[in-house]
Every structure is written in structure tokens, then in C-alpha cells.
Ligand binder design. Sequence first.
Ligand SMILES: Nc1ncnc2c1ncn2[C@@H]1O[C@H](COP(=O)(O)OP(=O)(O)O)[C@@H](O)[C@H]1O
Ligand SMILES: [Mg+2]
Length: 374
Amino acid sequence: MSKAFIYGKMVEGDNFTDRVKETRRLKANFEEGINTIVISPRRIGKSSLIKRVKDSVDNPAIKVVMMDIYDCRSEYDFLNRFAAVLMKEAAGKMERILDTIQKFLVRVVPKVSYSPAPLMDYSISLGITPQNYSPEEILALPEIIAREQGVQIVVCIDEFQQVGEFPDSITVQKRMRGVWQRQQNVSYCMYGSKKHMMTKIFQNKRMPFYQFGEITYLDKIPREDWVNYIVSRFSTKGKTISDYFAGKICDAVDGYSSYVQQLAWDVMQETESEVTEESFASGLEALLDQNAGLFTDQTETLTSYQMNLLRAICSGIHDEYTSKAVTDIYNLGTRSNIVRIKTSLAEKEIIDVVKGKAYISDPVFELWFRSVYL
Ligand SMILES: Nc1ncnc2c1ncn2[C@@H]1O[C@H](COP(=O)(O)OP(=O)(O)O)[C@@H](O)[C@H]1O
Ligand SMILES: [Mg+2]
């Protein structure tokens, strides 16, 4: 039986809603070989969307390969991940993996490990190092495979902002762009959540990836779509929720995809047959409880000035922190200290600064913070 609500991992099928326009647009880009960059906050739905687009491409001459580089710490970590995913794609069947590696990467000694049946998935470790392959040779692989197989390849790279953290990052990025922009049969889709880093990589004139492709910011899923989705998912479990409460679920978490699904799930657990004010409130409480541990960890490392700024923001004060009205209530230190607090909270991704005004990034963090500290 399918789950009513899913959160914390990629969603597909009945658990995927809306995104019709975005899917169509990205699909066209994939088919036309247009490089695309997708940016949004975490857990809005980038990975799910790209998977959806991959599944929607029905032209057998277009191969879409997906990789996630969230755990890559260096250029060669990346090159190993990149090559491994491409080898799997080129092999198609598991039985052909060793031959495929032999063909495209003669100088490595691969290790293949199989997970137990019936899953029969497998992982490969290629052992690519500066001693056996140069970065350029590995970066060239997709084009070689595409030609050999007579296909177009779309390489999708999740959490691409990691590249910005690699040692000697600019050089690494120069090499990538240098090789990739000459490829005729390969295009790229990079996506990631750290807006600050993603925009630095792709929108800064002095950076290698400047104007590499079309940049899209992924918006939240519209409220009407959430309401319809929540109502229909409740009904698959024989429970009822009014449009009013479905909308309230969406509003409580400011339309953040993952939280909408999590809160809907929590409210459903608290509901016998039809959602009421009480079951809604218990669901919301459960959501806060589930996240409290993480939020506590996040705030434990903050200074008291930083906590004071969060208090001010949660009380509805978004700017003019140096004014007497604010400093009378919240101890934020000197003028230059306030600038530092804002910068460091933004770097920790706890706040977003939009046109000079500070906001809490995570709506559930804000609810939790208010319930504990205000
Ligand atoms: N199109 C969608 N329809 C319904 N729920 C979604 C959708 N996209 C994302 N979500 C919800 O958000 C969660 C995170 O999605 P994910 O694609 O992993 O986001 P991201 O890659 O931006 O971090 C999913 O587990 C799901 O609960
Ligand atoms: Mg993701």
C-alpha cells in the first residue's frame, strides 16, 4: 500500500504533486542539450523534480544520469563518483560492468561489491588517482561514451555547491568548464541548496562557471496544489480533512515541501476520522517534537548576541537593529557587532537576509524557537 505522505527523501508517483511547468521546461532543456542550473533552499523539491524529469524523458537516444556529490570533499572524490556513475550507465547491465570499465578506464583496478539479492544493486570503487588519470581524462568520459553509444547524455549533479568547498576550487572549476563546454553530445544539470555558494559559482563574472547555463530558482509549490494534494491523500486512507485545515497545514510551515508532507502525516496520525482544531494542534506539536533535537543542537553553539538577534527577528523585528527602540530591549552589542552577527547567522543558514531585512530561514525552526524562547 502506498504511503499517504512522504518526507525526507525523493518523492515520485502519487506523492509527487504540481511542478508541471518546471518539469516541461527542464525536459525540453534535457532534450535540447541546454545546460541548466537549479537553485532553491533545502527540501523544497529539487532532487524529486530532476528525478521526475529523468523519468519523463522517453527518447531512448537521450540518457540521463544522476549523481549526488554531497559527500565529495576533493576533486578526486568527485572524479571517482562521476566516473563510477557513468560506468554504470554505460554498462547498462550489471554483468557488463567489468568489461565496460576495462574498455573506458584501462588503467584502474576496480572493486565491485554486490548487495544481497533480491535487490541486486552494486557499487563500484574505481580507485582513480592523480597517478593513473588526469582530471581532464575523467571529465571527458561522458562525451566518449555518448559518441561510442550514439546517444546524448545529460549529466545531473546534485549538491553541486560542494565543488565550491574543494581545495583549490577555482582551478578545479576551470578544468571542469574547460572540458565540458567543448562537449557536443553531453549537457549538464547542476542543482544545489546553498544559495550563497551556488550563486557565487554561477553568477559571478570572475568565476569559471559564469554563464555556463540557464539558471532557475525553484519556487514553492502553490498553496492550491498542496490543499488538493493533502485532501486527496487523506481520502486514500479513509480520513477527511477540510480545505481549511489543509490550507492551515501549508501555512503553518510556509509551504516548505518537506514540512508540508511531514505535518500532514503528523496531523493524520492524530486524527481518528476527521481533522479538528485539536488533532491539528497535536500534529503540529508532534512536528516540533520531532525536530527539537536538531534545533537544540543548532542553537547550542550560538552566542548570546546571536540568540538575541533571533529573539528580535522572531518578535517581528527584521531591520534597524541599531535603533534605540531595538537596543533598549535586545542586547546586540556594538554596530559592527550587529553586522557580524547577521553575517555569521546567514552563513550558518539560520537566517536569510533579503534586501537588508533578516528572516528566519526555516519556518519550523521559527515556530520551535518562539515556543521555547519567547
Ligand atoms: N513535487 C513534490 N510533491 C510533493 N512533495 C514534494 C515534492 N517535492 C518535494 N516534496 C517534499 O519535499 C521533500 C524533499 O524533497 P527533495 O526533492 O529531496 O528536496 P531537495 O532536493 O530540494 O532538498 C520530499 O521528501 C517531499 O516530502
Ligand atoms: Mg536534494
